[in-house]
Ligand binder design. Sequence first.
Ligand code: HEC
Ligand code: HEC
Length: 328
Amino acid sequence: MKRFKFIFILATGLLFYSCLRQSEKKQHIIAEADTIATIVPDTMQIPEGKFGAAVRYGRELFIKTAYYIGPNGINGKFTGNKMNCTQCHQHAGTKPYSFNLVKAHERYPMYRAREGKVLSLGERINNCVTRPHNGVPIPLDSKEMIAMLSYLKWINEKVPNEKWMEGEEALAISFPDHAANPEKGKDLYKLKCQRCHGINGEGKMDAAGVAFQYPPLWGPDAYQPGSSMHRVIKQAQWIKANMPFDSVSWDKPVLTDEEAFDIAAFVNDDRIHSRPNPVTFDYPFPEDKAIDYGKGPYIDTFSELQHKFGPYKPIILYWKNKRWKPRF
Ligand code: HEC
Ligand code: HEC
């Protein structure tokens, strides 16, 4: 019996020691991290109590947005389509180069050119609720908004905030000398995207009809024209890092830069594809406009078509010569 007790104590001791080492190792990784990939927050570490409960619910809202707050949401009806936040902010906002959100909490309030005013993080969340999700704003003091903010605060606490992190921004992509070509994009779409996103970009609903399994890329259930995903440069950067879903990783892209541009041009070509709520009143100050925003007026001499599809290099050069900062 005594011997058994001894072995038991030894085994627990060893287990405890190895756990300690593991957590030391993890702390070390967090301290040394220069890539977000290595510091994906461990959801087991979400604290107990009210704050922890809000963080957990906030994370759920990112992953199962339509289920909770979609058109038939069980806890509210805010988003107007059945997409989930995580379908653009992948891994609930923690995946590198996927519109990563680990730094969002520390970046707000921020002046935003698109609205021409200072936005809080809650108001910025509502931009995504109203544009890509085609919905109505979530009240800033609601349980849902507080949960999403708590989650963003919690993931933000996991990163050393003074450090630049690999993957916190968009993937760098080089601009071709010519305009992006929607015709070529159409053929590439058939080859590399259509099997999941559908022949009409309509996506595919999950079996229960609650949310999209494969989200739509255009049509009545897709993101609005005011969404940043509707900008060709933004989308090209994102799809190069993240699509096709089943065969890509950001450090091993499947698409070349040029292919990513051509496909993004095809997906976002408003001459052939419609979207909900085409009327937007963005960028009250044209000098703040992103160069790939496809609606004038502009302060430069380039056409709407060139702003939308490129070539972008002459626009960037023009802006630099005027000592304006080109935004994209
Ligand atoms: C169709 C794609 C799409 C969907 C769906 C989407 N977003 Fe976004 N979101 C974007 C893009 C694009 C940006 C801008 C990223 C950039 O400029 O690099 C953004 C930015 C944000 C930001 C600001 C990040 C920062 O640091 O400035 C927050 C917060 C955010 N989204 C929250 C959400 C939430 C919450 C949902 C779900 C209700 C959601 N988004 C759904 C595309 C999407
Ligand atoms: C194997 C299936 C599959 C293929 C192939 C695929 N996608 Fe996706 N796509 C997805 C899934 C799943 C998501 C949601 C991502 C998530 O939940 O992490 C997504 C999300 C997206 C989104 C963001 C959400 C939205 O609807 O706006 C875009 C844009 C997109 N895909 C474009 C493309 C393009 C362009 C291609 C071809 C180069 C492609 N995808 C190929 C499955 C696929």
